[in-house]
Design a protein around this ligand. Structure first.
Ligand code: FE2
Length: 310
């Protein structure tokens, strides 16, 4: 057996790898054993550089970005509130942070009352964010990002960001290449039909403008064509073709000991239940795969009429 490497003992430039997805657009891979970890993207303009999702990588993301990626002043963009995307915001003290109102409220709530086992995500909120909404433009100097409302099905706090210069579309967890989880109870808008409608709206909004999709967990950069594949996937479910009961995935929960080495462990039941914590034990989650896309949804929430929107 080879010796386990303590990544934190390595020089900062060896704790990450960076990969170019478009000019002045990087994705950062932290060296962790858990392949479910999200990856920050760095979008560089003439005046500022944006870190899209600081993630919960157990390393100093800011130090790596400043030393190895860009010397531009940094801003932080949040795709949604979940701790694996926002826990490291605190590292960027003094940098402007952008998020939706719901995102800010959810971040505050999750720090006040962290879910058991997720205390590592309850990092200090040492900033007052700039609240954004659909249609806002974030100007990095010679490179603008348009905020796109998402009516999130994965998280009510979600927005997407469209880079108007090179066409990168940052979708957070609402759309990605491994699996999109829409079945949880966290968002009330989580029916397959609602999600399909969101994707149709997104596809029409970015048509002719998005050249690639940059999700934080899996697959960045994806071809925008994959939006059509996922729309078809949703419509198959709505036509009565059910997903599979095995909702584990290639990238979720493969490693029973998470990269935090904290009490955040995953038991075997959970590993076999990729839809995970939200629906565990209820037997409601199904996975549908189609043309390279994968959606994990609640079998009782396929149509809009299944939702309790009161
Ligand atoms: Fe998420």
């Amino acid at each position: 057996m080879s010796e386990k490497i303590n990544v934190l003992e390595l020089p900062i430039e060896k704790q990450f790898m960076k990969r170019l997805v478009k000019p002045d657009t990087w994705i950062l891979n932290g060296f962790v054993e858990d392949c479910a970890a999200p990856h920050p993207h760095v979008v560089i303009g003439d005046k500022y550089a944006a870190v899209v999702d600081t993630t919960d990588l157990p390393y100093n993301v800011r130090e790596y970005v400043e030393k190895c990626v860009t010397d531009k002043p940094l801003i932080v963009l949040c795709s949604h509130s979940h701790g694996d995307h926002t826990a490291n915001n605190y590292q960027f003290e003094g940098c402007p942070v952008y998020c939706t109102q719901i995102c800010w409220e959810e971040m505050q709530a999750s720090r006040k009352n962290p879910r058991p086992g997720m205390e590592a995500w309850a990092t200090p909120l040492n900033y007052e964010p700039t609240i954004i909404k659909g249609g806002d433009i974030i100007d990095l100097g010679g490179r603008q990002l348009e905020v796109i409302d998402f009516n999130g099905c994965h998280s009510a706090s979600s927005v997407a960001y469209l880079d108007l210069k090179y066409g990168c579309l940052f979708t957070g967890d609402e759309f990605e290449g491994g699996q999109v989880l829409v079945g949880g109870a966290a968002s009330k808008l989580n029916s397959v039909e609602f999600y399909r409608d969101n994707l149709v709206k997104l596809r029409d909004t970015v048509a002719g403008r998005a050249t690639c999709i940059c999700p934080p967990h899996n697959g960045s950069p994806l071809d925008p064509q994959t939006l059509d594949n996922m729309i078809e996937n949703c419509e198959r479910i709505m036509s009565g073709i059910p997903g599979m009961e095995d909702v584990s995935s290639m990238s979720y929960g493969r490693n029973p000991q998470s990269y935090h080495n904290l009490p955040f462990t995953r038991d075997p039941d959970e590993i076999n239940d990729g839809m995970a914590r939200l629906e565990r034990g209820k037997g409601t989650a199904l996975r549908s795969e189609w043309k390279g896309t994968s959606i994990v949804y609640n079998r009782n929430r396929v149509f809009l009429k299944d939702l309790d929107l009161s």
